[in-house]
Design a protein around this ligand. Structure first.
Ligand code: B12
Ligand code: SF4
Length: 471
């Protein structure tokens, strides 16, 4: 495995890096590339260059090839649709035994001018049948600058994400206790995958004992991991008893700090208290939008009263660190009033919270993609999807106000700056370049605040983030 970690949507691979990756592939019988939409251009560049010298199959897999197989087959020899554990195994066995492989379920292949379209490989209903994740880092390679080098413990530690928890910076690692999700938000590919497997349940839970064992293994082998991030979309969406077992085993066998995500529908104070006692330091909930229009566009209908009662309850439980609530901005269907409604909603919440903002991106395969297309909002997939990063919000005055919220500026000041007239005026006359400068001002403000509080580790944190991809 080679981790060619790159910046989603933003980085073009240079010749030196491409050559380093290609050199490592020369001995292989097949090359597999895993990608999301925002890595499409990078995967294309790598494949085009690779195929100049490498004459064996290049196979793409991941969410983008799953929803856009034809487009990917313009470059790859084959694409994996849907989950790939068993189908890829079957494919490489066939290739190794010199057998015909273009009939393998789960793949589409380009054969001359024709595309061979095989049906999907049946979904693995029991996630416990899958092998454990491969944490033998000695057999893996990773990008360091323009080179590909063996993965060592030191490099592994250096390239994992860092997070400020309380008064120290910890190294974070992701674990998934489930796959899929029971909901159907319009901007997400999870419902798309649900629809891929009609009659089968895409949302599946792993055995909780296995999840705990995986974390224990990580703790024992990589002592630098200080925090686990559960990538499950909703940790509370599980049958009775599971969370209790998790909490007990986690304390007993792992006892690491962790962060988890939940949805308002499955929330209960008892559940939150359980995870808090087990070691949860932060909980994260997606709100995305509270305006009628936003909820309709996102197909996420959670009454404001419900959200408020959940947020109030979380506040009363008093987690060790502020809960994080996500909002999706840059929704072209929301009016200024809708946007202000969201902002004012945030300003009315308890103070001890953190807000995270994302830019609405119409990923292929989602219903919002179809809506954008239908309404003529999406001009170019390359420019509007493949070359973007959904963590970067548009530069506008209203978004600058959200930046102030994210940076925890005094709320009275944000309220003053968020008067409708001011927003209209600023929206009209403030140039983008000025907004860029105002954004820089927020960064300095945060830096000075950290310095004044003696929180030097936070300055180090920003430096680590800056070096994350270039190291
Ligand atoms: C967990 C997660 C993350 C975690 C990943 C943690 C980790 N270490 O794995 C974090 C938070 C880091 C993350 C980040 C991002 N994510 Co994310 N993430 C998810 C999430 C919730 C689950 C992904 C997952 O693990 N699925 C389970 C695995 C088993 O499935 P899989 O990855 O698709 O792989 C299977 C098949 O696709 C296939 N396969 C995959 N690769 C290959 C390769 C070959 C050769 C073959 C044969 C088969 C094959 O086999 C695999 C096993 O069955 C999904 C949403 C969802 N519910 O799916 C979003 C999702 C994948 N993320 C998304 C995005 C956009 C991102 C970011 C680019 C966001 C950004 N910052 O701009 C970053 C990219 C980070 C990076 N450096 O790659 C989008 C992708 C949309 C798209 N069309 O591309 C998704 C779908 C969410 C959404 N909005 O719909 N993400
Ligand atoms: S956004 Fe989250 S809750 Fe909504 S469908 Fe996707 S994974 Fe599920």
């Amino acid at each position: 495995m080679i981790f060619v970690r790159t910046l989603p949507g933003r980085e073009s691979l240079n010749r030196e890096l491409l050559q380093s990756v290609i050199e490592c592939c020369q001995e292989a019988d097949v090359v597999g590339i895993s990608l999301m939409s925002q890595y499409f251009l990078q995967a294309k560049a790598l494949t085009v260059e690779l195929k100049k010298t490498f004459k064996k199959p290049v196979i793409w897999g991941g969410i983008h090839p799953t929803v856009r197989p034809e487009e990917c087959l313009e470059f790859a020899d084959g694409v994996c649709l849907g989950e790939g554990e068993w189908s890829f195994l079957e494919l490489i066995n066939k290739i190794q035994n010199n057998e015909e492989y273009t009939d393998t379920a789960g793949f589409w292949f380009r054969c001359g001018d024709e595309v061979v379209k095989n049906g999907l490989y049946p979904l693995e209903e029991n996630l416990d049948n899958l092998p454990d994740p491969d944490y033998e880092i000695e057999s893996q390679l990773i990008r360091q600058g323009n080179e590909i080098v063996p993965l060592t413990n030191e490099i592994f530690e250096a390239c994992l994400p860092k997070r400020v928890l309380g008064n120290k910076m910890v190294t974070e690692f992701y674990i998934a206790g489930s796959r899929g999700c029971p909901y159907h938000c319009a901007y997400c590919t999870s419902p798309t995958l649900n629809n891929f497997y009609p009659g089968q349940k895409y949302f599946r839970l792993r055995k909780i004992e296995d999840v705990v064992d995986e974390a224990r293994y990580l703790k024992n082998h990589f002592s630098f991991i200080g925090n686990i991030y559960f990538s499950d979309d909703d940790i509370f969406a599980c049958p009775p008893g599971r969370l209790e077992t998790f909490a007990r085993l986690w304390k007993e066998k792992v006892n690491l700090l962790f962060i988890c995500t939940f949805m308002p529908f499955s929330y209960s104070e008892e559940r939150l208290k359980l995870v808090k006692e087990a070691g949860a330091v932060i909980v994260n909930m997606g709100i995305q939008s509270v305006s009628q229009k936003g909820m309709e566009v996102f197909d996420r209908h959670v009454p404001k009263e419900k959200l408020l009662s959940v947020i109030k309850s979380v506040d009363e439980v008093k987690m060790p660190l502020p809960p994080v609530y996500d909002f999706i901005l840059d929704n072209p269907y929301e009016s200024l009033d809708d946007k202000l409604e969201n902002l004012n909603f945030i300003l009315s919440l308890p103070k001890n919270i953190d807000i995270k903002t994302f830019s609405l991106t119409p990923f292929p395969g989602t219903s919002i993609y179809e809506r954008y297309k239908r309404d003529g909002i999406l001009k170019s997939d390359t420019k509007d999807i493949y070359s973007t990063a959904y963590s970067e919000i548009e530069k506008s005055y209203i978004n600058f106000l959200y930046d102030l919220v994210v940076a925890n500026f005094p709320r009275w000041l944000i309220k003053l700056a968020a008067g409708k007239r001011i927003v209209l005026l600023m929206g009209k006359y403030l140039p983008e370049s000025a907004i860029g400068k105002l954004k820089n001002f927020i960064t300095y403000y945060q830096g000075i605040k950290s310095l004044a509080r003696g929180e030097l580790y936070k300055i180090g944190y920003h430096k680590v983030l800056k070096n994350f991809y270039s190291s």
